[in-house]
Structure formats: structure tokens, C-alpha cells
Design a protein around this ligand. Structure first.
Ligand code: NAD
Length: 463
């Protein structure tokens, strides 16, 4: 993680879960939600903390801490990723599980929200250690998860191969094949076609709806993407293929900028080629791929720009966020746009591909400036939507074509984007509040279907 990011995160010290809950109250005003249902949503249903002993390659024993939170399962089994990161903590996992609850409701898929994680820097483990850690984690949480109770998926620094190991471990424990216990698996192990780019594609479909509403010409629209992992790479690739000018991308080590637009496929190829743990983690950085197309130290020579604004070449993550672009896409980690930098963010449209990149306080600053923020619970919901498709295919034992997956994803994303945009316009509220209001309406319908104080105090059974 870059220094500047760590600094902004720690300066605005706040509890990420409490911050996440602030959105509830803001949205409740515009939703048809019973006070009891709202109160229920302030608390996660259940939390599991586990210690995971791991025999390291050198023979030593290390104990890792892991979490799994099932936030709310009123609308269906809880669903949410497993994160491997040194900064994982319970508040973060609860916030992510809460967001998943809202996200599944936003896109109308029959899941509640969950999340999990291990406090670990996976880049410091060997592949064998990583596999053992993944399997032991499943061993520890096996009673807590299941195809009909809680269905994990990949998140930051976990991937399809890790999901495959985890599914295999759960199947061993159950003594039967259980592809539906986890999504984001490799295709030969029951993964869905189209899951790999689903998050980026979902965000891309949101941008296409905006393009239609605002009458944009893609060539006139500049885009900066913070975070060049799974989600960031795909949204950048799809936008550029469509004629958008992707002028900046970055990863944890920094970013590159070119005012005319970067060659995204070249950046992806270079980042993938220079990774040190092939097929597991990208240790290569976008900084290794300079805008001029050469590698390594020559990157400095790319400072060729003779124009206003940043020079072409390397930029820091902080600079990327503050670029004068039409669309800013935070696609890395949470808490990137904070009170520290919000007033310097110039992009009129921010599409949140990462979970929780904007703090509530920063959101107010952006909103006052009139920026349109397409919120995370909508913009990155393509991933969980195709995860739902994967789970449905696993349970049916019948697999869809890529066209079927993409067409169904497109239909859902376009429908929900427009319904939220309409709600936003109708109430004159920001898009995040509208998205939460839509989620709360759907969650409250489910909670109220089970009966609330109004129903029970009435004493008669209504038909
Ligand atoms: P990933 O691990 O594939 O990629 C993360 C990328 O962010 C890497 O390129 C990493 O170098 C970069 N990064 C990390 N810290 C950074 C920093 N401080 N500044 C700039 N870049 C930084 O992860 P991903 O799956 O692409 O997830 C990215 C975000 O999208 C996360 O917030 C995740 O929760 C969210 N998300 C992902 C999916 C999915 O299906 N992959 C679905 C929904 C939400």
C-alpha cells in the first residue's frame, strides 16, 4: 500500500462499520421501512472468529486470525467474499457484510450479505503455505458456511484458484461434491463463464446507461482508474474498447498517466507478465509498463508531456484521484476519498468499483460540489450477480453460455441502474441514498413478511 494512502486512512480515524451504518439512517427517510426492520439491520446476525494454525515451509508454526460474518439472511443465504489482507479487522468485515446485504437487495438477487477474511499478507506466503492456509480456514468455518446458509466468493487478494481449494476442502469435509458452497471457482470446477470480468462489466454497463442519459460521446470522456486488479483491469479494458480515453491507472505501487489515453491491453499484459508469483498474485506493477511501451527504469523517460496538468508518465495514487478527468473509478480499497482529499477531487462522475472507497463525510463534500457518485452497492454488483448465476447453475447442474450470462447481467444492471436513477431524480437525492432506499425497500418487505410489532399487536390474522 502506498504511503499517501495509509496517511489519509489514518488521519481520518473512524470506525468503518459505524460509518457504514450512517447510510442506513440517511436512506430510511426515503424508504418504506418499519422501525423494527431498520433496528434489525444495525446488527450482524452472527460472527465467527477463528484461529488458524499454519505449519510454514520452514517447519515453524504461525497462528493467523480469520473472520466470517453473516450479516442478514432474511432474503436468502448470506453471500460475500473472503479477503486476505494484513489490514483485515472485524469492523471492516462487518461493514463489508452489511454492504453485501444491501448490494444483493439492490440488484434483487435472493441472497443476504456476508463476508470473511484472514489477517495475512499473502504476498509473503509461498504457494504451498497459501493453499494450506486456505484449506485450514475452511476447516475452521465449515459449520458456519454451506450452499443453503452462507456462500463465500473471492475478494481482495483471493482468486479463482483459492476458491477451488476451498471448495475442494469443503467437499472433503462433507464427503460429496459441493460446487455450490462457493462461487468464483475455476471453470473446470463449476465456475461460471463470465464471472472473471463480471464486476468490471457491471460497472461498465452502469457507465453505458449514464452515456445514454447524458448523451456522451465516448471519445470525449476521460477516465482514471485507481486499482488495477481484477475489477479495475476489466472496467478499464471494456471502456477503452468502447472508445473511452483511459488516461490513468494505478496499483498499490503507484500509477501511470497519459493525456491521450493509455494502451490498456498492453498494461494488463505487462502487469501479468511481470508478476513474481505466477498465476497467484500480481507482484508486478503498472509502473513497470510505461506509457511509451518500454520497461523498467526507462519509465522516467516517459515524462514527455508538454502541456498543462500532470506530465505523462508516473503519478502517485493521490495524484490520480485528483486528476481533472470526466470519470474517476476507485477500484482498489476502501477509504480512498476522505475529508482530507475530497475537496480536491475534480471528476464530476465517480463510479465506485471498490467497496467503500468514499467515507460518509467525504461523500457530503462531493455531493455539495454536485458530483454524481454511482455507489459501490450498485456499481460493483455485477460480481455478486454473476456469482448468483454460478450458484444457480451449480444447483441446477446445467451451465449457461457466455452470451446468456452477459445478456442476463446486462438486463439486471441496466434495470436496477435506471430504477435507482429514477428514485434519485424523483426525490432530489444523491444516487447512494437512492440505492440504499431501494435496498431497504426490498429488505424491509422480506422482514415485514415475517411479521413485525404492527402485525403481532393487532392479534388478528390478516389475509
Ligand atoms: P484485486 O486484489 O484483484 O486488485 C486490487 C488492486 O488494487 C491491485 O491492483 C492492487 O495493487 C491495488 N491496490 C491495493 N491497494 C491500493 C492502493 N492503496 N492504491 C491503489 N491501488 C491499490 O482486487 P479486486 O477483486 O479487483 O477488488 C478491488 C475492489 O473491488 C475491492 O474493494 C473489492 O472489495 C471490490 N470488489 C471486487 C469484486 C470482484 O469480483 N473482484 C466484486 C465486488 C467488489
Amino acid at each position: 500500500m502506498t504511503t499517501e494512502t495509509t496517511e489519509t486512512t489514518t488521519t481520518e480515524k473512524h470506525d468503518i462499520f459505524s460509518d457504514a451504518l450512517l447510510r442506513l439512517d440517511q436512506a430510511a427517510e426515503f424508504a418504506n421501512i418499519d422501525a423494527e426492520a431498520l433496528e434489525k439491520l444495525r446488527y450482524p446476525k452472527s460472527i465467527l472468529q477463528v484461529s488458524i494454525p499454519l505449519r510454514m515451509d520452514d517447519g515453524s508454526l504461525r497462528i493467523f486470525q480469520g473472520y466470517r460474518v453473516r450479516y442478514d439472511d432474511t432474503r436468502g443465504p448470506t453471500k460475500g467474499g473472503i479477503r486476505f489482507h494484513p489490514n483485515v479487522n472485524l469492523s471492516e468485515v462487518k461493514a463489508l457484510a452489511f454492504w453485501m446485504t444491501c448490494k444483493c437487495a439492490v440488484v434483487g438477487i435472493p441472497f443476504g450479505g456476508g463476508k470473511g477474511g484472514i489477517i495475512v499478507d499473502p504476498k509473503k506466503l509461498s504457494r504451498m503455505e497459501l493453499e494450506r492456509l486456505s484449506r485450514r480456514f475452511i476447516d475452521r468455518i465449515a459449520d458456519f458456511i454451506g450452499p443453503e446458509t452462507d456462500v463465500p466468493a473471492p475478494d481482495v487478494y483471493t482468486n479463482a484458484m483459492i476458491m477451488g481449494w476451498m471448495m475442494d476442502e469443503y467437499s472433503k469435509i462433507c464427503r460429496r461434491s459441493t460446487p455450490d458452497v462457493i462461487t468464483g471457482k475455476p471453470i473446470p470446477l463449476g465456475g461460471s463463464l463470465g464471472r472473471d470480468d463480471a464486476t468490471g462489466r457491471g460497472a461498465y454497463y452502469c457507465i453505458k446507461e449514464l452515456e445514454r442519459i447524458k448523451g456522451w460521446q465516448p471519445a470525449d470522456i476521460s477516465v482514471a482508474v485507481q486499482g488495477f486488479g481484477n475489477a479495475g483491469q476489466h472496467v478499464a479494458r471494456l471502456l477503452q474498447a468502447d472508445g473511452y480515453r483511459v488516461v490513468a491507472v494505478s496499483d498499490s505501487r503507484g500509477g501511470v498517466y497519459h493525456s491521450d489515453g493509455l494502451d490498456v491491453p498492453c498494461l494488463i499484459e505487462t502487469k501479468n507478465r511481470t508478476r513474481s508469483l505466477n498465476a497467484v498474485y500480481s507482484a508486478g506493477s503498472v509502473c513497470d509498463c510505461p506509457v511509451c511501451g518500454s520497461e523498467g527504469p526507462q519509465c522516467e523517460e516517459c515524462h514527455c508531456g508538454d502541456h498543462d496538468g500532470p506530465k505523462n508518465g508516473k503519478i502517485s495514487n493521490a495524484e490520480l484521484l485528483e486528476l481533472d478527468v470526466n470519470i474517476l473509478i476507485p477500484a482498489a480499497m476502501e477509504n480512498q476519498i476522505t475529508v482530507e482529499n475530497a475537496s480536491r477531487i475534480k471528476a464530476p462522475v465517480i463510479v465506485e468499483v471498490a467497496n467503500g472507497p468514499t467515507t460518509t463525510a467525504a461523500d457530503e463534500i462531493l455531493s455539495k460540489r454536485g458530483a454524481l457518485v454511482v455507489p459501490d452497492i450498485l456499481a460493483n454488483a455485477g460480481g455478486v450477480t454473476v456469482s448468483y448465476f454460478e450458484w444457480a447453475q451449480n444447483r441446477a447442474g446445467y451451465y449457461w453460455t457466455l452470451d446468456e450470462v452477459q445478456e442476463r447481467l446486462h438486463r439486471i444492471m441496466a434495470r436496477e441502474f435506471n430504477s435507482i436513477y429514477e428514485l434519485m431524480t424523483k426525490h432530489g437525492i444523491d444516487m447512494r441514498t437512492a440505492a440504499y432506499a431501494q435496498a431497504l425497500n426490498r429488505i424491509s418487505e422480506a422482514i415485514e413478511s415475517q411479521g413485525t410489532a404492527r402485525y403481532f399487536s393487532n392479534g388478528t390474522i390478516s389475509k
